[in-house]
Design a protein around this ligand. Structure first.
Ligand code: NDP
Length: 329
């Protein structure tokens, strides 16, 4: 038996989440069983746990949690042996296959990444999909030719998970970074992470012109909606925008002006189905560039029992940085 969070839907279609004792026989198919030690709460997990976006969980009952770190318990795959330390991010885990918010998980070996050298399982989950997505964004900026000499980078949702880690990675790599936030009271925190300028979210949320003053060489956008449109409009010539989120909405009310008049590139970032070599490169960057003390500063530790309440807080936008979930009994 093991403990896990279970999302269920009853016959009336009512959504419920509870802490349950689960049996090993209930675990889904997979060639590797992992004793989960740490998981985390991402924005997507918060949507799943609260039922705020019912399309995230695609089969019931479901153990949520798109990330976990742990130790292989049993494996019928030659790739992994009992005792190996592994992490998992995405691949539909916590959405259509039982996820990381339980003491055990059973998954396909292809979905697992060996824990990178130089990072603890707890720190890997303090970063989680949010951190790994931030690294995908920074790598994509550089793959498109952006360097610290190109000019400043703007990061939206800066006090959130993706935004906070993006600030750390960009400042570490020598970029000048502007942080866009709806929480001006977090200025000191954002500066500690590496922001050199703090900009209010309100400056970006109203409908703007097709082209604004050219300001940024690169952008990491977690917001979408009007904010993404305005960011595109304020990119410098040849600028690169990495778009990974929808915290402000799914829409994209932009014009083609930045793309056809300034040669701006809009690079989409997906962490879920991202190929293994691209993941590994992102994780190697995180292991190399994120100082554990800085990570601790932006991470709150909770247990499974706290997950429903903290999920609501994430959607209210009151959680700063990252949340790591302990599953160590
Ligand atoms: P968090 O909840 O940690 O942070 C989101 C941040 O967005 C908030 O802290 C807030 O930052 C800002 N924000 C909140 N509401 C709004 C709003 N209405 N308008 C503008 N900004 C807002 O989430 P994550 O950082 O984990 O994820 C951010 C986004 O990225 C989410 O949409 C998530 O789904 C997406 N994502 C996508 C991935 C992918 O594979 N493409 C992977 C991971 C995340 P502040 O207080 O500083 O303004």
């Amino acid at each position: 038996m093991f403990t896990g969070l279970l999302i269920e839907k009853n016959e009336a279609g009512e959504y419920g989440v509870s802490l349950r004792e689960l049996d090993d026989t209930m675990l889904p198919e997979g060639d590797v069983t992992v004793r989960v030690e740490w998981s985390t709460l991402n924005y997507k997990d918060a949507l799943a746990v609260t039922g705020k976006n019912p399309s995230i969980v695609r089969s019931f009952p479901m153990v949520p949690g798109v990330d976990f770190a742990g130790v292989v318990e049993t494996s019928s795959s030659p790739e992994f042996s009992p005792g190996d330390k592994v992490i998992l991010n995405g691949w539909g885990v916590g959405e259509k296959h039982w996820g990381g918010l339980a003491e055990k998980a059973r998954v396909s070996a292809d979905w697992l990444t060996p824990l990178p050298e130089g990072i603890s399982p707890k720190d890997a989950m303090s970063l989680g999909t949010a951190g790994y997505t931030a690294a995908l964004c920074v790598n994509a900026l550089e793959d498109h030719g952006v360097t610290p000499e190109s000019g400043p980078i703007v990061v939206t949702g800066a006090a959130g998970g993706v935004g906070s880690v993006a600030l750390i990675l960009l400042s570490r790599a020598g970029y000048k970074v502007a942080a866009v936030t709806g929480r001006p009271e977090e200025e000191e925190y954002l500066r500690t992470l590496g922001a050199s300028e703090i900009l209010p979210r309100s400056q970006f949320s109203e409908k703007g012109k097709p082209l604004e003053k050219a300001r940024w060489a690169g952008a990491v956008d977690v917001a979408g909606g009007q904010i993404l449109a305005n960011i595109c409009a304020s990119m410098a010539y040849g600028g690169v925008v990495t778009a990974c989120g929808l915290a402000a909405g799914m829409s994209f009310p932009a014009t083609v002006a930045p793309f056809i008049l300034r040669g701006v590139t809009l690079a989409g970032i997906d962490s879920v189905m991202c190929p293994a070599p691209v993941r590994k490169r992102a994780w190697d960057r995180l292991a190399r560039d994120v100082n554990p003390d800085r990570l601790a500063l932006m991470t709150k530790e909770i247990t499974l029992r706290d997950v429903p309440e903290v999920s609501r807080n994430i959607l209210e936008g009151t959680v700063r940085g990252r949340v790591v979930v302990s599953l160590k009994s």
